[in-house]
Design a protein around this ligand. Structure first.
Ligand code: FAD
Ligand code: NAD
Length: 479
């Protein structure tokens, strides 16, 4: 096989592997370079998302929730389970099985679509060439008409708490614990901190979260963030806001963490400490100085709305470029770029990318928050519906949280939807579709929803925007 490709993709995470498959579907000769090795030293596709991100974290979230339900939540249904036990190694082994299965699935998809996987580290050279360095150090040069950089991101570290993945863990280490820590510290009450903190809290850890900011989940609508904090705190997560970690030290097999808050200096001792303070783009040693591709001071590769870098026919997608670090955002960028290379006029609507935190209940959002609309001077109306008034949520004994919908005051076009509640991830997706089609709140209000479903809460929130919700008192009454 010749070493010239229509498109070479660097990285096989959800941005890269999806781009590779779509390019091949469109008749382009595509190769995907991946350097990841599994614990046995075998090449591994799927990137962060599959190996140490979305999929393994959700496997543990699901397992831990089932245990928590069995141990503490079923009495109300009249089900008494005595002595529910947790086998942590079995839970971790199940997670590994799912990840292995999915990785094999991507390899199969590559084969079925005719994508060539290349093992090793890729580097973009000048003149549309990619240097491939194999794991044994052998170097080859590949010609590529187009290059897509999808090198992803890695966890950020902070000097006071260096990762050893024994006692001080990054997110990948926190997915591998073989026993439940008695006391678990988490630095950062963001998405990863809340998800992994929830996993181990449900399994029995006493979890203390240290968050530098004073505001909880600042990217979320304030009403939803406040409600989420209340619910998660009730579940046992101790969330300390405005906590600045100054030092972490291993002492007698435990981690002693010093931090300051508005009311002074504090010390806590933990069995394990998770550091979840954000992720940074993985872009070092990726570009030759004369590649023509540029990046900002934090390492994000500069791209325009079409993911074109400053070098012609070189693109970058996923976590290594601006925007939310979300698997589906990267995948859709990968599809857009593959289609544009193939001559299609694809684009991506960045205004309708949903985000979800997979706690229980889930926290999900799309579009603008009320605070953003106020700051932008947009006149809006809002409607809210609490799950406490949803028959289906009550039947399931899962009735915490609410749906909040925001629409333009004049046109009634939906501008945002924010949910904390059961199955929020799936509920918000209905509004993602509605927003893609430019729907108004009235359109949702006029749509028939099955009864009894959780989706009815979305319907009622849309009716509430117009002041005529049926199953909750309307703040603003309209005809
Ligand atoms: P990555 O998935 O990071 O993949 C990049 C790949 O490129 C890697 O395999 C890397 O080895 C390879 N690579 C890098 N440089 C080179 C090189 N020079 N040569 C060859 N290969 C290279 N997002 C969600 O949307 N939903 C979730 O539920 C979710 N949960 C998460 C849970 C955790 C614990 C974490 C850590 C992340 C989670 N994310 C989630 C974020 C999600 O994983 C990322 O947004 C996503 O993986 C980014 O995809 P990507 O393809 O851009 O990069
Ligand atoms: P994050 O940005 O969501 O949260 C990091 C938190 O750490 C922030 O609240 C920040 O204020 C805090 N922080 C930073 N430095 C600190 C310090 N020194 N001391 C105390 N607190 C500090 O980042 P994350 O949780 O690490 O996740 C990384 C990325 O991965 C996110 O962008 C997220 O989108 C993605 N992710 C997504 C999902 C999902 O979609 N469900 C799940 C996990 C991760």
């Amino acid at each position: 096989m010749s070493d010239k490709y229509d498109v070479v993709i660097i990285g096989s995470g959800p941005a890269g592997y999806v781009a590779a498959i779509r390019a091949a579907q469109l008749g382009l000769k595509a190769a995907c370079i991946e350097k990841w090795l599994d614990s046995d030293g075998n090449s591994r596709l799927g990137g962060t998302c599959l190996n140490v991100g979305c999929i393994p974290s959700k496997a543990l979230l699901d397992s831990s929730y089932k245990y928590y339900e069995a141990a503490a939540k079923l009495d109300v249904h009249g089900i008494k389970i005595k002595g529910a036990e947790l086998d942590v190694p079995a839970m971790i082994a199940r997670k590994k099985k799912i990840v292995d299965q999915f990785a094999g699935g991507i390899a199969t998809l590559f084969k079925a679509n005719g994508v060539t996987p290349l093992v090793g580290t890729g580097k973009v050279l000048a003149g549309h060439k990619v240097e491939l360095t194999g794991h044994a150090g052998e170097v080859s040069i590949i010609d590529a008409d187009h290059i897509i950089i999808a090198s992803g991101s890695v966890p950020m570290e902070i000097p006071p708490a260096p990762i050893d993945n024994e006692l001080i863990l990054d997110s990948a280490g926190a997915l591998e614990l073989q026993e439940v820590p008695g006391r678990l510290g988490v630095i950062g009450a963001g998405v990863i901190g809340l998800e992994l903190g929830s996993v181990w809290n449900r399994c029995g850890s006493e979890v203390v979260m240290l968050e530098a900011l004073e505001e909880f989940l600042p990217m979320m609508d304030v009403l939803i963030a406040k409600e989420s904090k209340k619910i998660l705190t009730k579940q046992g997560l101790e969330i300390r806001m405005g906590a600045r970690v100054t030092h972490a030290e291993i002492k007698k097999g435990k981690v002693e963490v010093s931090f300051s808050t508005a009311d002074g200096e504090h010390t806590e001792v933990f069995d394990k400490l998770i550091v979840a303070v954000g992720r940074r783009p993985l872009s070092e040693n990726l570009l030759a100085p004369d590649s023509g591709v540029t990046m900002d001071e934090r390492g994000f590769i500069f791209v325009n709305d079409y993911c074109e870098t400053e070098a012609p026919r070189i693109y970058a997608v996923g976590d290594v470029v601006r925007g939310p670090m979300l698997a589906h955002k990267g995948s859709e960028e990968g599809v857009m770029v593959a289609e544009r290379i193939a001559g299609k006029h694809a684009q991506l609507n960045y205004d309708t990318i949903p985000s979800v935190i997979y706690t229980h209940p889930e926290i999900a959002a799309v579009g603008k928050t009320e605070q953003q609309l106020k700051a932008e001077g947009v006149a809006y109306k809002s409607g809210m519906f609490p799950f406490a008034a949803s028959g289906r949520a009550l039947a399931a004994n899962d009735a915490e949280g609410m749906v909040k919908m925001l629409a333009d005051a004049e046109s009634d076009r939906i501008l945002g939807c924010h949910i904390v509640g059961p199955s929020a991830a799936d509920l918000v997706q209905q509004i993602v579709i509605a927003m893609e089609f430019g729907a108004s709140a009235e359109d949702i209000g006029l749509t028939v929803f099955g009864h009894p479903t959780l989706s009815e809460a979305v319907h009622e929130a849309a009716l509430a925007v117009g002041g005529h919700a049926i199953h909750v008192a309307n703040r603003r009454k309209r005809k």
